[in-house]
Write a protein that binds this ligand. Structure first.
Ligand code: HEM
Length: 428
């Protein structure tokens, strides 16, 4: 059987269709609306099979290989090979090591006081802001500061180096994204930024003392990773953690501003916890967690993934030879009306524990799945719950009238003109 899909242009690909849709993020929604749960399209030199059915996705759930072409724009970031596509035999031990630093409760608890302090400082600034706040800009910067602290073990408010690390990474990313999406950047900024960042990691490695909390750089060094791989890993964390967590929080605040009844319920829950909740307080915030999950369904910060099949397989009646690029349309899976009735509606109740068994396992995949799933998932959820709790307890958010909020592709699912909010004190 031939997999349905849009006909390619004279150049042999669907780049025009993708551009017309506003990027791969939005193209996937139209593709599956028009052609069903399994559809094919073409990028230069590659045919992709996109699968929006969570049951069929199980067929590739154990594949530990990403297609190189789709991620090659990130290759210059790395010295030891593109970590996004490293082969399974290298990836498996690397993942284990990284998870030991990112996913443990002990290390989350150890870093929590610094996260809480950074969040409270940002909220103090917002309380006296002279005009609306740009959520994505502010919250992405906060996420970057948190991951720098977690990965490098440096206190972000101490000395000049942390501030320069954040600035250098912003410079690198703005050039990479600028080249992809035509947004402004400074030519040569990435080269300088990368040199600075690599040197900063080396400085931290050289000055390392036995830490009082397990940060990523220490675990990597103690496991005998070579310095270039340590530098690559730190950069890869900054890349993966920076915009994703920031936009997750921004989209949640955006949706909550339109749903005061949900915000009310979250506030009721927050009335029993301190202004800056302690680590243990977060686990009791059930409505807040459901709202965050629903917002990542509605606007998944990382809206697509991809795998390359390593053996021939049949999927939904279609034969896929080994080496096929399977596109994972995370946004289209989350908006699949067969799985998520009335998918546009913001309804945190979908994530009530008793409703979870209603859906297939891979119906909700904001952090991907299988051996390549996001290593930072539990850390990101911790950060997002903390930041939302502090902000919602303290403030009411009112969208700036007339300011358009348009989701676009900027590697993550970004609001094109940011999300501008007037920040008012929460009702007492
Ligand atoms: C709300 C925040 C976040 C979202 C929605 C998110 C989402 C994702 C997604 C969709 C992937 C691709 C998974 C796949 O291909 O199956 C991914 C990969 C990854 N993420 Fe995250 N992420 C977030 C935050 C973070 C944070 C905070 C870190 C680290 C501190 C991180 C580290 C990574 C890494 C290292 C990978 C590559 C996985 C691999 O190839 O082994 N992410 N993330």
């Amino acid at each position: 059987m031939v997999i349905p899909g849009p006909p390619p242009s004279a150049a042999g690909d669907n780049l025009d269709d993708i551009a017309a849709a506003g990027g791969l993020h939005t193209f996937q929604l139209a593709l599956h609306r028009d052609y069903g749960d399994v559809a094919a399209f073409r990028m230069p030199g590659t045919r992709l099979v996109s699968v929006a059915d969570p049951v069929l996705l199980e067929r590739v759930a154990r594949v530990d290989k990403r297609p190189e072409k789709l991620f090659e724009f990130l290759a210059p970031l790395f010295e030891t090979g593109n970590l996004q596509v490293m082969p399974a035999e290298e990836h498996v031990p690397w993942r284990k090591l990284v998870l030991s630093a990112l996913a443990g409760r002990k290390s989350h608890e150890a870093h929590y006081p610094s996260f809480a302090r950074m969040t409270a400082e940002m909220a103090d600034r917002w309380a006296v802001a002279d005009g609306p706040v740009s959520l994505q800009k502010e919250l992405s910067e906060l996420s970057l500061r948190m991951v720098c602290q977690y990965a490098l073990g440096m206190e972000m408010d101490e000395g000049e180096l942390p501030r320069r690390v954040v600035g250098a990474f912003e410079e690198v990313l703005s050039e990479y994204l600028g080249k992809l999406y035509g947004t402004p950047y400074r030519e040569g900024g990435a080269r300088e930024g990368l040199a600075f960042l690599r040197d900063a990691v080396d400085q931290v490695l050289a000055g390392r003392r036995p830490p009082d909390r397990p940060d990523l750089i220490t675990l990597l060094a103690e496991a005998g990773e070579r310095p270039a791989r340590v530098r690559d890993t730190v950069l890869s964390m900054m890349l993966a953690a920076h915009h994703t967590t920031g936009v997750a929080i921004s989209w949640t605040l955006y949706l909550l501003a339109a749903h005061p009844e949900v915000t009310e319920r979250i506030r009721a829950e927050l009335s029993g916890v301190p202004d800056v909740p302690g680590f243990a307080d977060l686990s009791g915030l059930r409505v807040l967690e459901m709202a965050l999950k629903e917002s990542m369904r509605r606007y998944p910060p990382g809206p697509y993934g991809a795998r390359e099949t390593t053996e021939d397989l049949t999927l939904g009646g279609y034969d896929l030879p080994a080496g096929t690029t399977v596109f994972v349309p995370i946004w289209a899976v989350h908006m699949n009306p067969r799985i998520w009735p009335d998918p546009e509606r913001f309804d945190p109740g979908r994530f009530a524990p008793e409703r979870m068994p209603e859906r297939p396992r891979l119906a909700y995949i904001p952090f991907g799945f299988g051996p390549r799933a996001c290593e930072g998932a539990s850390l990101a959820m911790l950060e997002a719950r903390l930041v939302l709790a502090v902000l919602l307890k303290r403030f009411t958010f009112r969208p700036v009238e007339g300011h358009p909020v348009v989701p676009v592709e900027r590697f993550v699912l970004w609001a094109e003109h940011d999300i501008e909010m007037t920040v008012l004190p929460a009702p007492s």
